[in-house]
Structures are given as structure tokens and as C-alpha cells.
Design a protein around this ligand. Structure first.
Ligand code: HEC
Length: 209
């Protein structure tokens, strides 16, 4: 177990991004009130298929964000990369959404950008994941049907690399980076995190087939 954690940690250091989707992919469950699960033949895709497809889309978005952020950090350091996230994070998420024919967004209960504020239903899921974490558990991603669309929710977990922009000011976040964050996001709520906390969620809308 220790070895696994160490390996995961090493990987998470390599895969550094404005976001980090949970690597808990083995324990997915389905929460759906509106579709019967016992007739999979009746549908081209069942809930588990949507859950997996949504996760795939979220992971691709994450990988794309990571790729661009790594070069921004290399070129400009953490304060400079804040500007990259400011101008490019939503654009990259949106362009991925278009390319994949689904809609993907990142939302948080403690948003940095107010545009990324979680709605009531999303807040409820975030709360559940946070409660599970407090009890030492990892709650699995969720898919549900809303207004005729399948919507997947995937937790985004912090790792050590997020701390320079989402950790504790003065300890993890240096003065120049904090200044830049405050300048771009006067209403920032996304600081004070520790590692392995729920930073937010990916929300993936998919058309039903
Ligand atoms: C270089 C600084 C920087 C680093 C490092 C960073 N972020 Fe961010 N993050 C930002 C900025 C800036 C935004 C606001 C982006 C925007 O305006 O859409 C943001 C936004 C987000 C959001 C969208 C919700 C919100 O608060 O607006 C999530 C989720 C997020 N970050 C998670 C992470 C995670 C997880 C990590 C580590 C894997 C990480 N970030 C690393 C700067 C950073």
C-alpha cells in the first residue's frame, strides 16, 4: 500500500495541471433515479458506459490542461502560470468540450474564478465527497440524468504541485504568486488547501444516445 501511494505520488508530480482528477477509477458506482439499470439491451449505452465515457472526456481535458500548464510553468514560473490559467484554462476546457461533442466544466465550492462556482446540485456532490474524505473514504464518481442528458461528476483532488497556487499563503504560495492571484481574482476562495483534498469537480454533460 505504501509503495502504491509513493508511486501515485510520483506520478502526480509528473502530471501537473490546473486540476487533478481523482485516480480512484476502480470503484465507480452509479447513482441514478431516472433510468432502469436492469435492461441494458434496450439502450446503446447504460449508466456505467456514460460514467466511463464522461471520465475519459474529463481525463483528456485534464491532460490537455496539464500539457499547456507545464510549459507555462517552465517558461514563467508559478506567478506567470497564474496568468496562463487565468486566460487559458476555461478556453482549453471549452475547446476540448467542442472537440468531444460533450460539454465539460470545472466547478468548485471555493472557486477562484466566480464563473466556476458550483450550483446547488454540484455543491451537494462536493459535500458528499468531502464528508467521505473526512471519514478516510474515497467516494466514487457519479452519473445521473438531468433534463434528458447524462451528467457525470468526477472529483478533482489536490496534490503537492497544486499547493504553490492553492495552498497556504506564505508557506506554499510565494509573495509574487499571491499578488498575481489577488490582482486577477479579488474574490479568490481557492487558497488554504492541503494535499489530497477535494478542490472541485469535473462536470461532463453527454447527450443520450
Ligand atoms: C500556476 C498556478 C496554479 C497551479 C499550480 C494550480 N492552479 Fe488551479 N487554478 C489556478 C487559477 C489561476 C485558476 C482560475 C482559472 C480560471 O480563471 O478559470 C485555477 C482554477 C482551478 C480550478 C477551477 C475552479 C476555480 O477555483 O476556479 C480547479 C478545480 C483547480 N484550479 C484545481 C487545481 C489543482 C487540483 C491543481 C493541482 C493539480 C491546481 N489547480 C494547480 C492556478 C493554479
Amino acid at each position: 500500500m505504501k509503495a502504491t501511494i509513493t508511486t501515485l505520488f510520483a506520478i502526480s508530480l509528473l502530471i501537473f495541471s490546473c486540476n487533478n482528477i481523482s485516480s480512484e477509477n476502480s470503484k465507480e458506482t452509479v447513482e441514478s433515479t431516472s433510468i432502469k439499470t436492469d435492461h441494458p439491451q434496450d439502450h446503446p449505452m447504460n449508466e456505467m458506459d456514460y460514467l466511463k465515457t464522461g471520465k475519459e472526456l474529463a481525463l483528456q481535458t485534464k491532460a490537455s490542461l496539464a500539457k499547456y500548464l507545464v510549459s507555462a510553468l517552465g517558461e514563467n514560473g508559478s506567478a506567470g502560470a497564474v496568468e496562463f490559467c487565468n486566460t487559458k484554462a476555461i478556453a482549453i476546457t471549452d475547446s476540448m468540450s467542442l472537440a468531444l461533442g460533450a460539454h465539460i466544466k470545472r466547478v468548485s465550492d471555493q472557486p477562484r474564478n466566480p464563473v466556476n462556482t458550483a450550483n446547488e446540485a454540484e455543491l451537494a456532490y462536493i459535500k458528499k465527497w468531502k464528508e467521505a474524505k473526512v471519514n478516510g473514504k474515497d467516494k466514487a464518481p457519479i452519473v445521473t440524468e438531468i433534463a434528458g442528458k447524462m451528467v457525470g461528476y468526477y472529483p478533482i483532488i489536490t496534490n503537492q504541485m497544486c499547493m504553490q497556487c492553492h495552498g497556504k499563503p506564505g508557506i506554499d504560495i510565494n509573495a509574487a504568486t499571491l499578488k498575481k492571484i489577488k490582482q486577477l481574482y479579488p474574490a479568490d476562495q481557492a487558497i488554504g488547501y492541503a494535499e489530497n483534498e477535494i478542490r472541485g469537480i469535473f462536470v461532463v454533460d453527454m447527450n443520450k444516445q
